[in-house]
Structure formats: C-alpha cells, structure tokens
Design a protein around this ligand. Structure first.
Ligand code: UDX
Length: 460
C-alpha cells in the first residue's frame, strides 16, 4: 500500500470523518484546526461533535491522525492537502467562500516545486475551482500544484461509515497526474481494504465505490445536484402524503409501492415535516441561485424549496384544528436536532416549530436527548427546554415528534400519556407505530397515514 502524508484543513464533521477514513487507508494525516478550544479537545482525545464511531476511529491505537494549529508543518510534509472548511450560506443564499480563500492564502506561500494536490472537499458554487486555481496561481506563481474538486456525500450521524464506504468517489481535475494522485489517496477505499471496519463493526456494502473522473465544474454541480435530487424526493413524498390525507390513501402503502420500483428506489421516501440540517436547505437554495445567476429559472427546485417550507405549517394547522386552536394550550416539541444521532441544530425544524407555536399563543416546551443545553441559547426564555422527557410531557395538551430519536421510539407511551392532560401526539416523522400509540391511549396524528384520518374523523 502507498502511504502518503496528507493535510486535512478544518476539523468539522467532514474534515474529521475524512481524516479518519484516510488514516484507515494507511495514510498519515495531519488535521489543521485554528479554533484553540476545538484543537485542545481533539488533542486530549475528545471529539467536539456528536458523530457515531468518530472517536473510536480517530483515536484507535493504530490511528495515524495528529492535530495541529500549524498549517506550515502540515502542508510542508504533505503531498495532498484536503480543504474541508465551511461554506456557510450568505444572507442572499449564496455560499460564503471566505474560509476557503483564507486557506488558499495560508497555503500558497508553503507550496514549492514539490508537486502537491490541493483538494477542495467543501461544497462550492460551480466555477469556484476555476477561480480558486487562478487565485492560487497568482499567489504561488512558480509552485507545482493541481487543484482538484472532490465533493463529499457524507450524512451526519453516518459520516464515518459514509467516508469509509462511499457509493462513489468523484474527482474533478484537469491534469492526469492529479487523477492518479487521487487514486493513490483513495486506493484502499477503492479496493475495500479498510482495517478499521472490523474494529468498528461497520456493515460492509455489497459493492465497491464507483470511481468517477469528471471536469471540476461537473464535480461542483454534481454535489448540488445530488442534494437537490434527494431534497426533491422528500418534497415529492411529502406532497403525496398530503394528497393521501385529502383522498384517504395511506402514505406507508403508497411508499411501499413506489420504493419497490428499482428506478425510483426506496431511500429518501420518508414523509414528514420536511428536511432540515446544514446541507439540504443551504444547498437547494444555493443551486437555485447558481441557476438563476446563469440565467436559468430552475422551476422544479424552487417548488421543492417552497413545499419544504410549507410542510411544517400544514402539520401545525392540523394540530390547531385538533386542539381547537393552540392558544393557551401546552404543546411539547420532541426533538430539536435536525435528525437523530447528531447534535446539530442548524436549520432545526424543532426550533422553528417551537417558535411558531409560541407565536400562535401556545405554552411551548421542548425536549431533546442531546442538544437541550445548546438549544437553550436559541430559544426565548418563555420556551422550556429540557432533556427530561417525562417532565416536559407532564400536563401537556399535545406533543409533536419532530426528530425520530430512539428514546421516543422505545418510550413507555402508556406511562407518559397518563401524565399528559391530553394524550395527543402529532408524529411529524411517521416514526411511531400508530397501533402501539392507540393501545397506549393516544390520539395519533401522522403525516398522510390513513389511521390518522380514522382517528380524526369522529371530531372533525
Ligand atoms: C445530506 C445528504 O444525505 C448527504 O449526502 C450530504 O453530504 C449532506 O446532506 P444530512 O444533512 O446529514 O445529509 O442528512 P440526511 O440523512 O440526508 O437528512 C437530511 C434531512 O432530510 C433531515 O432533516 C431528515 O429528517 C430529512 N429526511 C431524510 C426526510 O425528511 N425524509 C427522508 O426520507 C430522508
């Protein structure tokens, strides 16, 4: 195996998961992090984000990952420099590239005649590769480097698994030697020879990753296109769920039919309150803007975004009807992170719904198993936040399940329901079993589930 020295710049979830996967490929990895608190945590063996397997992967006895604030040390010894900094949304829904350009400025004086591949893993607008290449050439006129676009497709909560078992590795480059260097970098992943997977007991996929050599612009657009397509599937299934509610069909049954068509695929067809998180909302808006700037009106994507924004309010309207108005009622929001197994509160539907319920005059309580403390900073004082489920449900008029945490799926609902003023649940992820909830004495409202309509009919 060809062992390389690799610098990974940025210790967010992409940078750390990538570092763990590259170390598992047998490379020596230097993670560069400028935030002193984050760096100190990592140096003392702690992981600053909630991500399954990450700690075990980074700090395995055989791990070859080390952490530094010193860009110079990391870049000088490395033949590949991976940039994994954030590209947060700008107020106008573009991507803020200031961190990326700051890194290019930082590494430019360190590049010399030794050939290096500089890899952009961050999600960036189409054309960024061309601009960034020019800028790096301007800053380092005689250095030998190739800039490569290598988007990631990691899911939070599964980032380590996705990093060691990607479906595909996409490399956008212009020089043949850069493609070759990237193939060496990912050699072990391409051959499925990752030692770490046994230690972490990660389930192996049936096939090896696809290797896709494309132009940098195609790589950049493909990343946005993949997220937009998945977001479209979610908005589509949410609209079908809404049609189910109007027509008496059942979304679970419809999904079972849709998903069994290999051309459609069963993944990303879970109906609910819509998508949140750090990627789909930001990337769909950014792609819409990229298209608009190029003179193209991406109508379908605009609709995907609009449907997602409306879906949560449609569910709240159902709750309003059921409670004869939420004003003066106590409603508990269950789950604040944008999905389970992460502590990420970016574009959190739970926070958004809590604020909307409060604006409509409800007494709002919120619960989250991991992010209650962090959420307190984001919610006004009048909204209760706690990690104690029973306390948050006691005497509540209704609860809304927003994030399908395991704690909710395995809760003793008969006991919890008995503590509520009204045992009413709006299951915003269709994650609970309606029959179990009926047996526990609940009135159950799902999203497009026919059982929901049956329970609704007597009072509607
Ligand atoms: C996503 C992409 O999946 C990943 O490839 C990309 O690199 C980053 O963005 P992530 O945001 O971590 O990953 O989460 P994901 O599991 O994709 O879920 C995103 C949102 O969609 C969540 O709010 C989730 O609840 C919602 N979702 C997902 C649905 O509502 N229905 C589904 O069927 C799937």
């Amino acid at each position: 195996m060809n062992t390389l020295e690799v610098a990974v710049i940025g210790a967010g979830y992409v940078g750390l998961s990538t570092a763990a996967a590259l170390a598992a490929c047998g490379h020596r990895v230097w993670v560069v992090e400028r935030d002193p608190v984050r760096l100190e945590m990592l140096r003392s063996g702690r992981v600053p984000i909630q991500e399954p397997h990450l700690k075990a992967a980074l700090f395995a006895p055989s791990s070859t990952v080390c952490f530094t604030a010193d860009l110079r040390i990391a870049v000088c010894v490395s033949s590949i420099v991976v940039i994994a900094v954030g590209t947060p949304p700008t107020p106008s829904h573009g991507a803020n590239l200031s961190q990326l350009y700051a890194v290019l400025e930082g590494i430019a004086p360190l590049l010399d005649e030794q050939p290096r591949v500089v890899v952009v893993k961050s999600t960036v607008p189409v054309g960024t590769h061309a601009q960034a290449s020019q800028e790096l050439r301007r800053l380092a006129p005689i250095a030998s480097f190739a800039l490569v676009s290598n988007p990631e497709f990691l899911r939070q909560g599964r980032a380590v698994r996705d990093a060691v078992f990607p479906d595909r590795i996409v490399v956008g480059a212009t020089q043949p030697w850069a493609f070759q260097a990237m193939k060496t970098l990912y050699g072990a992943l391409l051959e499925g020879q990752i030692s770490l997977t046994e230690a972490l007991e990660l389930e192996r996929p049936v096939s090896l990753p696809a290797w896709l050599e494309v132009s940098p612009r195609s790589a950049e657009l493909a990343k946005y296109a993949a997220n937009a397509f998945l977001a479209m599937k979610i908005s589509f299934v949410n609209e079908i769920a809404n049609v189910c509610e109007e027509t008496g069909a059942d979304i679970d049954e419809v999904i079972s039919v849709l998903g069994s068509d290999a051309r459609i695929g069963a993944d990303f067809l879970r109906a609910g309150l819509g998508y949140g998180g750090s990627c789909f909302p930001k990337d769909t808006r950014a792609l819409s803007q990229i298209a608009a700037k190029s003179g193209y009106d991406f109508q379908l994507l605009r609709a995907v975004i609009e449907v997602n924004a409306a879906q949560r309010y449609r569910a709240l309207d159902t709750l309003e009807r059921r409670l004869n108005g939420v004003r003066g009622k106590t409603v508990t929001v269950l789950g604040l992170t944008f999905k389970p197994d992460t502590d990420d509160l970016r574009e959190s539907l739970g926070i958004d719904l809590a604020l909307e319920l409060a604006a409509r005059g409800a007494f709002v309580r919120t619960h989250d198993p991991v992010a209650a403390q962090a959420a307190r900073e984001l919610l006004p004082a009048g909204i209760a936040v706690s990690g104690n489920l029973e306390a948050m449900l006691t005497d509540a008029d209704a609860c809304v399940l927003v994030t399908e945490w395991r704690e909710y799926l395995t809760a003793d609902w008969a006991r919890l329901g008995a503590r509520m003023r009204h045992a009413l649940v709006l299951d915003g992820r269709n994650a609970l079993e309606p029959t179990v909830m009926f047996a526990a004495g609940f009135t159950y409202l799902g999203i497009g589930r026919a059982d929901t309509r049956l329970t609704r009919q007597p009072q509607d």
